[in-house]
Design a protein around this ligand. Structure first.
Ligand code: SF4
Ligand code: SF4
Ligand code: SF4
Length: 238
């Protein structure tokens, strides 16, 4: 059954339990970090960090705010990274859940093009070109378990389940949050399987929280790429 996450950032405390659980389940090493005089750590996603809780301090409407954003792959409905790769054995969407999966065969693909195709700046590569990112904990989900990050979240900020249920939950919670924060919104709910609820403008959280403003939108990007593919093949065949 098609799956989705609902991430309610308004109840996230930035405890980072999800970050640690992700590392633990995937047996990933810690990244080397430095004290940057800031609470967020590590600084960014990496080949061995699939989840990072982004934090920013902002003055919004005259009040100091701490904004927390548990970042991960959005498992797009029509993933631009998958379509850019054009190689199903390397990047594919799981037919049952919709999880977008990267395999070891990403090594040898065009890293720059694939990375730039992602509207949320998610994929990372190691030196040999192999790419990695969140895999929705597909092994857990296929065995009836919750993704490790969701299972671990102590505040209920993360929920996971059937897509229609997650969408309904997100819309219901949005109405409640808007009573206090009129600018609250869901980020790209129809395009992605990780649906974030934010209390303020998405761009306040970080630059790639929402699909970039100058992009033509994920759906159109994908449609344009599909239209261009036969032409590309024709040119390559010349
Ligand atoms: Fe691919 Fe980026 Fe979408 Fe994840 S968020 S499925 S990496 S395009
Ligand atoms: Fe990590 Fe699994 Fe959560 Fe993805 S779903 S961020 S792989 S713990
Ligand atoms: Fe936020 Fe939950 Fe992650 Fe803690 S575990 S940082 S509350 S999403």
């Amino acid at each position: 059954m098609s799956k989705s996450f609902f991430v309610d950032t308004t109840v996230c405390t930035a405890c980072r339990a999800c970050q640690v659980a992700c590392k633990q389940w995937h047996d990933l090493p810690a990244d080397v970090t430095t004290n940057r005089g800031f609470y967020q750590n590590p600084k960014d996603l990496s080949f061995t960090t699939y989840k990072v809780v982004r934090m920013s301090e902002k003055v919004i409407d005259g009040k100091m705010r701490w904004l927390f954003f548990p970042e991960q792959c959005r498992h797009c409905m029509e993933p631009p990274c998958r379509d850019t790769a054009g190689e199903e054995s390397a990047i594919y969407s799981d037919s049952a859940t919709g999880a977008v999966i990267y395999t070891a065969k990403t090594k040898g693909l065009k890293v720059k093009e694939i990375t730039e195709s992602c509207p949320y700046n998610i994929p990372r590569a190691k030196k040999d070109g192999t790419m990695a990112k969140c895999d929705m904990c597909l092994d857990r989900v296929q065995n009836g378990l919750l993704p490790a990050c969701v299972k671990t979240c102590p505040t209920g900020a993360m929920t996971f389940g059937a897509r229609d249920e997650m969408l309904a939950l997100a819309k219901k919670r949005l109405q409640e949050v808007q009573a206090k924060y009129p600018k609250a919104s869901l980020i790209d709910p129809n395009d992605v399987r990780v649906i974030y609820l934010v209390a303020f403008e998405p761009k306040e959280y970080h630059a790639f929280a929402v699909a970039s403003a100058d992009s033509v939108g994920i759906s159109r990007q994908v449609a344009l790429r599909k239209m261009a593919r036969p032409l590309t093949r024709f040119v390559q065949a010349l």
